[in-house]
Design a protein. Sequence first.
Length: 407
Amino acid sequence: MRRLVRLIPSAFPRRKQRSPVQRLRRMTVLSLTLGLVLAWIGPLGSLSDVGGESRLPLLVVGVPGLVIFSVLYMRILEAAVAGTSARGEIVASAVVAVVLLLTQDGGAPWTWGLLGPAWASGAVLLMGRYATIAATAGAIAVGVLLAPPGADTDPGFDLGFGDAFLPPYPEGVWPALGAYIGVSVAAPWANRFQLWFWRVVRTAEEGKEAQARLAVTEERLRFSRDLHDLVGHSLSAIAVKSEVAAKLSGVDAARAAGEMDEVRTLARQTLKEIRAAVRGYRTVDLAAELRAMTAVLEAGGIRCTLETPRDQVPEGVATLLAWVVREGTTNVLRHSSATWCRIAITLREGVAVLEMANDGVSGVDGRGGTGLVGLSERVAAIGGTVTAGPGGPGEFGLRATVPLEGE
């Protein structure tokens, strides 16, 4: 089946896979719609008991009111997930729920009375603990008072799952009322727990991003500190000796020339130290880069496998291969819809070979990003090659060959 999907023409590109955090956010939104289920299942389930002229209020006021309530509920839900406020929507949805309870003949809390816990399921997402308790109790009270239980305590509708799923309640009011209160309490707190779980995951993700930004900031500070230590003393010495040479130029030309020779020596030495420092910063840890790129791919929902050689890759070659891996990973994330990616580095016959393969070809030609052109030129400068193109059905491959003696 997967091979058939890969052969689908490019006119019907596959949808970009969501990251685990994005999928969790989507599932959170879907689970928080429990209130909408309660808001619609009771009134619509009571249609079997509504007939003749009694159906008119439901069609004129009930259904439009439920639509308005649903829109307000979704706005509350979006605000809760995004971490913003929606006080106006909470008040407006409460007013709509009360109006519907007053204008419809509920007959029992299990019909229109479910609007109470439905409202509470959304409103508590933007409330504190004590406010949640008060809102839940108020919703139960309003539902019971405006849709009191009658002699018929059956919920009044059949979901199609048989009596094992929703058995009829025994005769009497209290069992049905107790079940209604249980649902009214469980639904809001279940929504609060789901939202709390989403916020924990989002906080952890923001912590990772903050940690990455902090690492970049610390690296910049370290570079500026090292650069100041390298250049500051040398430039100060050059300035002093240049000033001495300027003063001696009219008095002792030979000594002034000697001072300028020292200035030239200091300048060359400083330039050499700066180049060495910059070269050290440009050197990339291949193992760390491979781990980082693997983590990035897996965070994007792409299953990744990694194969590395036992022997250590020379420093210059490792830096160049790290750049190739970085560019290849960028192309996988931006220009493909891959579900898996394989990265393999081998050392054989005096060359280092990097191979990247994935199943995310998005076009007929399967060309990668334009950044590969620059990498090809850099690799070619030391006698290596970079090739990229489609491999098997629906697959794309990137191969870089770098001579170990050419660094």
